[in-house]
Write a protein that binds this ligand. Structure first.
Ligand SMILES: *Cc1c(COP(=O)(O)O)cnc(C)c1O
Length: 382
């Protein structure tokens, strides 16, 4: 029954009915007072979500547009930067930085392991010329959460460097207090924790980032953030934005405010724990290092079972879409997205579907229902 597809991938994520209804309206003029009031409201709510007094700008484009904007607006050709790389999205940062002629040094960790903050500290302590530390907070490809707080604290002590963070699967899932942690640039995208379809991205810039932008000489036009800032100050956009996605954004942010930041973070944490323990209880392995699992996504190592066979069975039998492994992890891991509009029912259903599918392909090692029982115990806790 194809109409009832449940997305449990780390983006696009499920969209609430309230948000779908908000989308299905006639567009309005993007220079109208009605639209300006939406821009004003969503901008204020975005600052609330980022826990910042700095600017949060909305770009029509996917998350990568915000990542690219972060680089080209704050840096110059030949600038020395450190990129954290422990998965596909860390690799993307390196690619963007190199595409613009930056002098990239990488701090790497094995896929599945977190970046070591001390490696950043060492490089920063020994080089005054570093202009930026660039990293992914929640590395979606592996399900690892990096210690952004600690890494940003070292950048803060450096004379010139700013922190540029991809928080695409951490904003709206766990605590990312931009001002408190001193993160200078944060990129995120609509189809993840925001609970709206793909097409908008968000870039937060603090005073230090704007200061850096004064010196930046990389080419830019559509993603020139000064134009976005100038128009945002008048509750507008430099170009025609995706008007209907703004309707959706307004409604989704309203839902988030109704739930409250702490409730959102606690819900994701609980779903992460329930998923991790359930997976462990049915004899599958967690791919992320213990204590470094992302609140948005759990990667499951399937050892001698073909991960794609599990994923296919879950899709065919239950219309639940799980994510596969990327690159060398294809067939070795599958990933369960529990980001955004996800409730306890979704978690129990996903675990049950995985157990049932393993049973069907003759690979279930635990008594049927073990994973559901384990997840239930976590979900029932206060
Ligand atoms: C989804 C995602 C992105 C953005 O990808 P787009 O396809 O451009 O929206 C960036 N970083 C991470 C960690 C992601 O999960």
């Amino acid at each position: 029954m194809k109409e009832k597809l449940t997305l449990m991938i780390p983006g696009p994520t499920p969209v609430p009915e309230r948000v779908l209804n908000a989308l299905s309206k006639h567009p309005i003029g993007h220079r109208s007072p009605e639209f300006q009031s939406i821009v004003k409201k969503t901008t204020e709510s975005l600052k609330w979500l980022h826990q910042t007094d700095s600017d949060v700008l909305t770009i029509t484009g996917s998350g990568t547009a915000a990542m690219e904007a972060g680089i080209i607006n704050t840096l110059s050709k030949g600038d020395k930067v450190i990129c954290g790389e422990n998965g596909k999205f860390g690799e993307r940062w390196v690619k963007v930085a190199k595409a613009y002629g930056l002098n990239v040094e990488t701090v790497t960790a094995k896929w599945g392991e977190p970046l070591d903050p001390n490696q950043f500290k060492k490089l920063l302590d020994n080089d005054e010329d570093i202009r930026a530390v660039i990293l992914t907070h929640s590395e979606t490809s592996t399900g690892v959460i990096n210690n952004l707080k600690e890494i940003a604290s070292y950048t803060k002590l450096h004379k010139k460097a700013i922190t540029i963070a991809d928080c695409v699967t951490s904003i709206g899932a766990c605590n990312v207090p931009m001002d408190e942690w001193g993160i200078d640039v944060i990129a995120s995208g609509s189809q993840k924790g925001y609970m709206i379809p793909p097409g908008l991205s968000f870039i937060a810039m603090n005073a230090k980032a704007w200061e850096a932008s004064e010196k930046s000489n990389l080419p830019k036009f559509y993603l020139d953030l000064k134009a976005y800032k100038k128009t945002a100050d008048k509750d507008s956009n430099p170009f025609t934005p995706s008007v209907n996605l703004y309707f959706a954004l307004e409604e989704a942010l309203k839902m988030m405010q109704e739930e409250g930041l702490n409730s959102i973070f606690n819900r994701h944490k609980k779903h992460m724990e329930a998923t991790q323990r359930a997976i462990d209880s049915i004899g599958l392995k967690l791919f992320a290092s213990p204590g470094f699992g992302s609140p948005s996504i759990t990667s499951v190592l399937t050892d001698n079972i073909d991960a794609e066979a599990i994923r296919k069975a879950v899709k065919n039998n239950f219309d639940i879409l799980l994510a596969g492994g990327q690159d060398h992890l294809k067939g070795k891991i599958f990933r369960i997205g529990h980001l955004g509009f996800i409730n306890n029912r979704d978690i129990l259903t996903a675990i049950a579907a995985i157990e049932a599918s393993l049973d069907q392909i003759g690979k279930l090692k635990s008594p049927l229902g073990t994973g559901v029982a384990t997840a239930t115990k976590i979900l029932n806790q206060e």
